[in-house]
Design a protein around this ligand. Structure first.
Ligand SMILES: NC(=O)c1ccc[n+]([C@@H]2O[C@H](COP(=O)([O-])OP(=O)(O)OC[C@H]3O[C@@H](n4cnc5c(N)ncnc54)[C@H](OP(=O)(O)O)[C@@H]3O)[C@@H](O)[C@H]2O)c1
Ligand SMILES: *[C@@H]1O[C@H](CO)[C@@H](O)[C@H](O)[C@H]1NC(C)=O
Ligand SMILES: *[C@@H]1O[C@H](CO)[C@@H](O)[C@H](O)[C@H]1NC(C)=O
Ligand SMILES: *[C@@H]1O[C@H](CO)[C@@H](O)[C@H](O)[C@H]1NC(C)=O
Ligand SMILES: *[C@@H]1O[C@H](CO)[C@@H](O)[C@H](O)[C@H]1NC(C)=O
Length: 333
């Protein structure tokens, strides 16, 4: 056994065309590891508030560039309608010998219309077919809200949904399972009433919304946190007339970026990494994809960390008020 292991390490070491990228690996509460930086693949809302249509291959290209640049963690969801493109990009990079499946961490999510316990495994199988994968590294309940695509709410307690998630993990279709957009009380109920703790909580975390209570709860329960919308409304593509400070051109941020010879987006992403959460910035631009990942060769001073912390306003970028009538609505109304 020992000899076999040595041989294996030697063979892998000798070929070593594969690299793990600059991100560090965080151990989840189920013993698996997740790279602490990923790429987002949601195209977002248009200014009018509709979901951006997925019309071209921009996400496929972006994920390909990301893997080449050293990203090893990809975030998608069935509702984004980008799973097919993510799957094509991954397949192409594996076939080209750029990366091995085992070195990638692929995340997808269960949509609100499949929350009945018996619907979870079939929904995941459909995602896997689109992704051309036999398993995902992490499957998340996207929202705690059960709603059909025609807008009708139905009753499916997320605790029952979670039991379907456990089944998916038991069948090997998802290596780890977690939730997204759950509040403290909802997490606590899942923990109290089922046998498997979520390994991950994916929520909005950025300078405007730093989530100190939720993060403390997760730390206490050994639940790792992924930070979605890591830029909040700081980037010009998201800024509105009601966005609170700081803006991307805030003098303190600009000065800080200059001091480290980094950009303001890099300062924000580095702050999130040091906070212990996993940012998953979305970009479909090759240069910005590279820029965003390049945050692993500098450290913020405690003074600068304090300045960045002081920007917390408890202000949400993603506020789905259209779901406020659901009894499972997770946020302040
Ligand atoms: N679980 C959930 O409910 C949930 C909700 C929201 C998001 N997410 C996930 O989190 C990911 C990230 O969140 P997000 O897409 O909402 O927002 P984000 O990553 O904070 O911001 C994306 C926006 O920033 C721009 N951008 C990216 N890098 C930039 C840079 N270096 N400089 C200037 N602008 C830059 C992008 O434009 P370009 O593409 O043109 O660069 C895009 O307009 C999503 O893609 C999705 O995977 C999950
Ligand atoms: C979290 O869980 C992992 C896996 O079981 C374990 O190795 C680690 O020590 C735990 N961390 C804390 C802070 O409990
Ligand atoms: C909405 O969809 C559900 C599930 O398909 C169906 O049972 C329900 O009757 C529909 N409601 C309306 C108002 O169309
Ligand atoms: C979960 O259990 C803990 C410990 O018994 C208790 O303090 C807490 O109130 C429970 N939470 C919920 C939401 O039931
Ligand atoms: C960080 O890495 C980038 C890209 O490799 C390089 O251009 C930059 O000089 C490095 N910065 C520091 C502080 O080492």
């Amino acid at each position: 056994m020992w000899l076999f292991r040595v041989t294996l390490v030697f063979v892998v070491g000798a070929c070593c065309a594969y690299d793990l990228g600059p991100a560090q690996r965080i151990k989840l509460n189920d013993g698996r590891f997740v790279p602490n930086f990923g790429i987002g693949t949601w195209l977002g809302f248009s200014r009018k508030g509709d979901r951006m249509p997925v019309v071209d291959d921009s996400v496929e290209k972006a994920v390909g560039w990301a893997i080449e640049a050293g990203y090893r963690h990809v975030d998608t969801a069935s509702i984004y309608e980008t799973e097919t493109q993510v799957g094509r990009a991954i397949q192409a990079k594996i076939n080209a010998g750029v990366v091995m499946r085992e070195h990638l961490f692929v995340v997808t999510k269960l949509w609100n219309d499949r929350h009945l316990k018996e619907d979870v495994v079939p929904a995941l199988k459909e995602s896997l077919a689109r992704l051309k994968l036999s398993y995902v590294d992490l499957y998340l309940v996207h929202w705690p809200i059960p709603q059909y695509s025609n807008g009708t709410y139905y009753d499916a307690d997320y605790v029952e949904t979670w039991k379907g998630m456990i089944e998916a993990r038991d069948q090997g279709l998802a290596r780890s399972i977690g939730v997204s957009n759950f509040n403290v009380n909802q997490l606590d109920r899942v923990i109290n009433l089922t046998t498997v703790k979520p390994a991950m909580l994916q929520v909005e975390v950025n300078l405007h919304l730093q989530q100190p209570e939720l993060l403390a709860f997760c730390r206490q329960h050994n639940i790792t946190v992924t930070a979605y919308s890591p830029f909040g409304e700081l980037v010009s593509s998201r800024a509105t007339s009601t966005t609170p400070p700081p803006k991307i051109n805030d003098p303190k941020l600009v000065e800080m970026a200059r001091k480290y010879t980094k950009t303001v987006p890099q300062i924000i992403l580095r702050y999130l990494v040091e906070l212990g959460v996993i940012p998953i910035p979305k970009s479909v631009n090759k240069q910005r994809i590279r820029e965003n990942l390049n945050v692993f060769n500098f450290t913020l001073t405690p003074q600068d960390t304090a300045v960045l912390k002081s920007f917390d306003r408890g202000y949400r970028t993603i506020k789905p008020q259209f779901w406020k009538d659901s009894k499972y609505f997770p946020f302040e109304k």
